[in-house]
Ligand binder design. Structure first.
Ligand code: PMP
Length: 431
């Protein structure tokens, strides 16, 4: 089939054509005010909702925030980080650092990779300003305008928006409870006249669905990538936050030093997002290119923040810290699944994640026709925020679904938020 008009493919052109009127005097993406995906036909995506949510939340402190994917404030190791900041703020750290990252942090990262069973080497590591910069570097390096990039459906909007920003056509691949349906993927590509240049995948406790890609499917995805010459952009911010079930080996553990695997990692979810520290682990031959690209972005990642992170990771308490996060998030996930079961019953079904931050709620039965974008306004007025499903799909599927973050709220607040959500559903149903 010609891929120009395939129903699973969304192109930049189709979005720009559907976007709002151009702004006089500007050209390109700027003429449309935003990147096409973020602007969208009606300007309604995750990042927009997150920022409007936080604006409203600034005025209404009692809002239950299931929208944003932020770590709980009470599990951020504030006191420890404050103490480490004192040590990290040296005169050397106020100068420019190495573009590829501070050696002590790279050393700490190698230790983490080792314990994950995916040994790597310093030449493969580049420190980044969080996971987002890693994704930006990946798409910048691998994607030219018009290239096909496969994404999970649903997917993380800031990831797909980054691919769009570099001109990708996005191919949405269906998922089930074991993650991306790789057999369907193979069949879909078999019908196209081209193969994906990159495969963007969030293998553990996926944002937004909460599902984990099985080992069998990881192996098959590696096979497909090798057959097609595609790069796997392996975005894994949540892998260390498994609170139940069995660990699944990473792509790098299954295929060590694979030149077709580009791993994007971040400390945002396990230490603190405001520090903006992450890394990429990729073929050593890419390091110069990554460094050149990073030079034009920020020259180097914030140096004191890197020293704080490396001290925190190697200081002896990191394993206990992670164990505490897992315990806390497990309790919150359980609270959310139980509250939804009790309060919404047959009106909704959810995924039951084994880690991470998010679960995916699908309205069913009499509520199957409810549009969660329409529900969003009512829910916000009643004091609960979430991300509507359509905001997490380039072609805006999943109109009766939503992403809920269980990580940011205490179990009591989760109960309250689910009750408010049910109230909003009732209100929408009665209209
Ligand atoms: N990828 C995924 C799947 C995420 O959920 C996030 C954070 N929401 C990021 C990347 C970006 O991470 P960071 O905040 O470190 O830039």
């Amino acid at each position: 089939m010609s891929s120009a008009t395939h129903p699973l493919i969304t192109t930049v052109k189709s979005l720009v054509d559907a976007a709002t009127a151009p702004t006089a005097g500007l050209s390109g993406a700027a003429a449309h005010g935003k990147f096409p995906l973020a602007g969208g036909p009606d300007g309604f995506v995750g990042s927009v909702i997150d920022s409007s949510t936080s604006l409203i939340a600034a005025q209404r402190h009692d809002i239950v925030r299931f929208g944003m994917g932020a770590p709980a404030a009470e599990v951020i190791p504030t006191e420890e980080l404050k103490a480490l900041a004192g040590e990290a703020l040296t005169v050397e750290s106020f100068g420019y650092g190495a573009t590829e990252g501070e050696p002590d942090l790279i050393e700490a990262i190698l230790g983490l990779a080792d314990s994950d069973g995916a040994p790597t080497s310093a030449e493969r590591i580049s420190v980044t300003a969080g996971g987002m910069q890693g994704l930006d570097l990946a798409f910048k390096l691998f994607v030219s305008p018009g290239d096909l990039v496969a994404v999970e459906s649903p997917t993380y909007t800031n990831g797909s928006a980054t691919a769009f920003a570099y001109g990708a056509d996005l191919l949405e691949i269906p998922m089930d409870q074991h993650g991306m349906d790789v057999d369907a993927f193979e069949a879909i590509v078999g019908e196209l006249d081209r193969v994906p240049k990159a495969i963007y995948v969030i293998p553990n406790f996926q944002n937004p669905s909460g599902t984990t890609l099985s080992e069998e499917r990881r192996r098959k995805l590696l096979d497909l990538a090798h057959r097609w010459g595609s790069v796997i952009i392996d975005d894994d911010p949540y892998g260390d936050l498994r609170f139940s079930g069995e660990h699944v080996p990473s792509f790098s553990a299954l295929s060590p030093q694979d030149p077709q695997v580009f791993s994007v990692r971040t400390f945002s979810k396990v230490i603190a997002p405001g520090l903006r520290v992450g890394w990429v682990d990729a073929d050593a031959r890419l390091r110069t290119l990554i460094g050149n690209a990073k030079q034009t972005m920020d020259s180097c990642t914030n140096v004191p923040a890197q020293h704080m992170v490396s001290r925190f990771v190697t200081g002896g308490g990191y394993a206990d810290h992670l164990a505490r996060l897992r315990r806390e998030y497990h309790a919150r996930k359980d609270a959310m699944v139980a509250a939804i079961g009790r309060v919404l019953g047959e009106r909704a079904r959810t995924t039951d994640p084994e880690g991470g931050f998010f679960l995916w709620l699908t309205l069913q039965g009499e509520d199957a026709g409810v549009d969660t974008e329409a529900l969003f306004e009512t829910a916000l007025a009643r004091g609960v925020a979430f991300i509507p499903g359509a905001a997490l799909s380039p072609s805006r599927q999943f109109r009766n679904a939503a992403r809920l973050c269980f990580a940011s709220s205490s179990p009591e607040r989760i109960e309250e938020g689910v009750a408010r959500l049910a109230g909003a559903l009732d209100a929408v149903g009665q209209r």
